[in-house]
Ligand binder design. Structure first.
Ligand SMILES: CC(C)(COP(=O)(O)OP(=O)(O)OC[C@H]1O[C@@H](n2cnc3c(N)ncnc32)[C@H](O)[C@@H]1OP(=O)(O)O)[C@@H](O)C(=O)NCCC(=O)NCCS
Length: 379
């Protein structure tokens, strides 16, 4: 009955839905949110403006932006019970903690019992405010430090860094984090956004759909790659001579192992986000007085390009960008979620607004039908 169903491995180039949120041209290396080029957004937008753009389809006025900033600030203090739960968790991977804690947020949301578009939007804003607090507070607890209350006067990026470090961040660090958050905010039907949309299409709630997104982002083929990049650089070693860097990369390729931070399903040219992150990684390394990691990254990039014709993706230079900012490696993928929550929720809201259950088919490759039933005592 399903002999004519042919699978497309990994759904490559399969168009699974219509969406007005993110425009991607993998051949030209174009990424745009709601028509705005990512290069302009990286240069001019704040993360809060980006959130508004993703959720509402247009840039906010000053008053609308002010309202959103207030709503995000109001959402940032974590429910006491979630803080208690965070302290009770064993030492686990940051993404495992984030998955559990994101789920827990759903129990304490002011609109927990409410459905409908308005409630879903309020939850999207709250989740975005809270995600940053979860990651910053988790980061502090891992270092044995006390949680820091959010500062409502600060923007999203600055407040995140403040809640993480306890220090008021300098303008360079704030801008770097703001740009990183903007760059990671949305990326069409990437795996975690697709997972969130599939969940939302069953008309489950937005917290549940977000948990699907967090769980999917964790994998090393997706958001988990940024932490893998830094682990690779550390494994090569800060003082490794250039030939050891080359030998490491070639050895990995010879063993058919993937180099984290390279390759992309959609881009056949440079990932436009990598252009900005490369620049930020260089500048932050220079400012910190250590460009060794950046130099090593550039060397790896040249070797992978020469050997495999593959370009760096968003995760490659975000690793050294965060490292230069003194951020713990375990937080790199959770920081991706601090940003991508805006895209996940924009897509979930879009899915709710024009929903149909997402339920594809499989090309059956199991034993031939029908199989003869063999009673238990004869097997
Ligand atoms: C992103 C990714 C999952 C896309 O996967 P995909 O579209 O299914 O591509 P494939 O895994 O089929 O790779 C196609 C070819 O490129 C190679 N390739 C892709 N990414 C590679 C990498 N990072 N290192 C080495 N080789 C890579 C594959 O080995 C394969 O080569 P082959 O045809 O000789 O077998 C993949 O590039 C990858 O695993 N990258 C590393 C993880 C990463 O950085 N993820 C973050 C993405 S933003």
């Amino acid at each position: 009955m399903s002999a004519d169903l042919k699978a497309k491995a990994g759904l490559e180039d399969v168009v699974a839905t219509s969406s007005a949120i993110c425009y991607l041209d993998g051949d030209r290396g174009v990424l745009a949110y709601r028509g705005y080029d990512i290069h302009d957004l990286a240069r001019f937008a704040t993360f809060e403006e980006t959130c508004y753009l993703l959720w509402h389809g247009r840039l906010p006025t000053r008053a609308e932006l002010g309202d959103l900033q207030s709503q995000l600030a109001a959402a940032r203090p974590l429910p006491e019970a979630v803080l208690r739960l965070m302290k009770m968790l064993p030492v686990v991977d940051g993404m495992d903690a984030l998955r559990t804690l994101t789920s827990a947020l759903g129990h304490y949301d002011a609109d927990a019992a409410a459905s409908g578009a308005q409630a879903a939007y309020r939850k999207a804003v709250r989740l975005t405010g809270q995600m940053a607090s979860l990651v910053a507070t988790w980061g502090r607890l891992q270092e044995g430090d006390m949680p820091i209350a959010p500062d409502p006067a600060m923007g999203h990026a600055a407040n995140f860094l403040y809640m993480l470090s306890g220090q008021r961040p300098n303008p360079t660090a704030t801008r770097a984090m703001d740009v990183a958050l903007t760059l990671h905010a949305d990326h069409e039907l990437n795996a975690s956004t697709f997972a969130a949309r599939v969940a939302a299409a069953t008309l489950t709630d937005i917290h549940s759909a977000t948990v699907a997104g967090v769980a999917t982002l964790k994998g090393p083929l997706h958001g988990g790659a940024n932490a893998e990049v830094m682990k690779m650089l550390l494994e090569i070693g800060e003082d490794a001579p250039v030939d050891r860097v080359d030998a490491y990369v070639r050895g990995k390729l010879a063993r058919k192992e993937k180099i984290p931070g390279f390759g992309h399903r959609v881009y056949h040219t440079e990932d436009p986000r990598a252009t900005h992150l490369r620049q930020m990684s260089r500048e932050l390394g220079q400012k910190a007085g250590n460009t060794r990691w950046f130099d090593m990254s550039e060397r790896i990039e040249a070797t992978v390009r020469a050997e495999k014709k593959l370009s760096a993706n968003v995760d490659f230079y975000s690793a050294t960008t965060y490292y230069a900012m003194g951020i713990a490696i375990d937080l790199y993928t959770p920081i991706f979620a601090v940003s991508r929550i805006s895209g996940w929720t924009a897509h979930v809201l879009e899915q709710y607004a024009n929903n149909r259950l997402i339920r594809p088919r499989a090309d059956y490759t199991g034993p031939q039908y029908p199989q003869h039933w063999v009673p238990l005592e004869q097997r």
